[in-house]
Design a protein around this ligand. Structure first.
Ligand code: SF4
Ligand code: SF4
Length: 429
């Protein structure tokens, strides 16, 4: 078939899905942006899509295997909720989902057989959702009479790339929270331990945003260019265009933060005015992700816009299950007053804090190092002694292992802190 005939076949297919040529070019622009490409790449995306769709009609779909580890299937659910007709749907139609415990219509031996054949043929992408459980020699998770860890290794060795989808797959997520009885960890760390050399792309989030997965699939499936994908990854193997900035950097409430206008209580007039949620436990200053730009539910809203502080679900160090987002960020909806270093958790009220390098190290563990190293200009300051605690010692949240003179000095150095002056104003003190 000549080029023109192919093109007309392609637009007939789009028409049948209710997508006009104009809509299609808009889709290409959205896909290019989602895939971390510039506007210059839009015609290339359009061409790649045309070719892929035409290939798809001839049965040349790109094979994808989607395996569930220890998960709630929330990432699958999130992906399955994409609306039509949109970029995600077009991309979804470019792949052949040869295996998915949740989405495959088939079940049992036939679908296991499809997985085995896909692995043997090679040239596919593996999406792994959920934590890897090493506990009880991998028997903490078994599926189809196989040990979960072995299933992962078997599926990863022949893959072009493995996508660790969601915070559980990136570093164990909530499954790895204390006491981590099943010895949960992330895909990248486990595969490295097993000596499996395959590119791993980490997409954290609880659940992961479907548009983030789509952007990776665009690189691999449509552009068929692994270098485009690998060039996007940062030192944590996460696409840097998605996970390179903090939530706080792109937050619509940031102006209120700068003005010292905060919400201290749900149901207050400050909440109604849309003030900054930092005192309510917002982890936006330390969590890196573009939720405020991509948004959720087909770009309708996102956590902070909906009135909830960010609870930091995208925080996940792929090589350290101890730094899972639940462990690091609970209790939610409370300002950070507890710190964690490795297995050691310091909780105010139970253990006194000392103003030493240890605390500074803990702040770095929490990502606050961004501020300390000047990478988060205009971001949150962290009080040496919380001014409000100083004024109300009977109700103080923080405990300070300092004598009166040291507290006075630290307080002087923290004087004028926006959170506390705003809170005092709010409370009329
Ligand atoms: S602290 Fe949270 S609510 Fe406030 S500006 Fe930053 S991200 Fe937005
Ligand atoms: S805003 Fe925060 S809690 Fe909400 S999805 Fe993004 S990282 Fe997770």
């Amino acid at each position: 078939m000549g080029n023109e005939a192919c093109r007309s076949e392609f637009y007939d297919l789009l028409d049948a899905r209710g997508v006009s040529r104009r809509d299609f070019m808009k889709l290409c622009g959205a896909i290019a942006v989602a895939a971390g490409l510039s506007e210059v790449a839009v015609p290339k995306v359009a061409h790649a899509l045309e070719q892929s769709v035409i290939g798809a009609t001839k049965g040349n779909l790109y094979p994808v295997i989607w395996i569930e580890g220890a998960s709630c299937t929330g990432c699958t659910e999130s992906f399955a909720q994409m609306e039509t007709p949109d970029a995600g749907t077009v991309v979804l139609e470019m792949i052949s989902l040869n295996y998915s415990e949740t989405l495959s219509a088939a079940a049992g031996h036939s679908v296991e057989e499809a997985k085995a054949q896909t692995i043997e043929a090679g040239d596919y992408v593996l999406i792994y959702e959920g934590a890897v459980l090493k506990g009880w020699d991998g028997n903490a998770l078994r599926a189809a009479e196989e040990v979960g860890t072995e299933t992962l290794v078997q599926a990863a060795v022949n893959a072009n790339a493995v996508v660790a989808l969601g915070s559980c797959a990136v570093n164990g997520g909530w499954c790895a929270a204390h006491p981590n009885a099943s010895n949960a960890l992330g895909v990248q760390q486990y595969l490295q331990e097993q000596g499996v050399e395959v590119p791993v792309v980490n997409i954290p989030g609880c659940p992961a945003n479907p548009e983030w997965l789509m952007s990776v699939l665009v690189n691999v499936v449509i552009m068929k260019d692994m270098t485009l994908l690998l060039d996007r990854l940062n030192s944590m193997n996460m696409p840097d265009d998605i996970f390179g900035q903090t939530i706080h950097d792109n937050c619509e409430r940031r102006g209120h933060f700068e003005n010292g206008e905060f919400v201290y209580q749900f149901g207050s007039k400050e909440e109604a005015l849309g003030y900054c949620l930092y005192p309510m436990g917002c982890r936006g200053p330390q969590t890196k992700s573009i939720c405020g730009i991509t948004m959720w539910n087909n770009r309708r809203s996102w956590c902070v816009q909906a009135g909830s502080p960010c609870i930091g679900c995208c925080e996940a160090n792929p090589m350290n299950p101890g730094q899972n987002w639940v462990e690091v960020n609970t209790p939610f909806y409370k300002r950070h007053r507890d710190l964690r270093i490795g297995d050691w958790v310091v909780q105010p009220g139970t253990i006194a804090l000392t103003l030493t390098g240890l605390v500074a190290a803990a702040l770095v563990v929490h990502g606050f190092g961004m501020k300390l190293t000047g990478r988060m200009d205009g971001g949150a300051d962290f009080e040496k002694v919380r001014a409000w605690d100083k004024k109300h010692p009977d109700k103080a949240i923080g405990k300070y292992d300092l004598n009166e003179a040291e507290i006075e000095k630290a307080y002087e150095e923290s004087a004028g802190h926006p959170f506390d002056s705003a809170k005092d104003k709010y409370e009329g003190r």
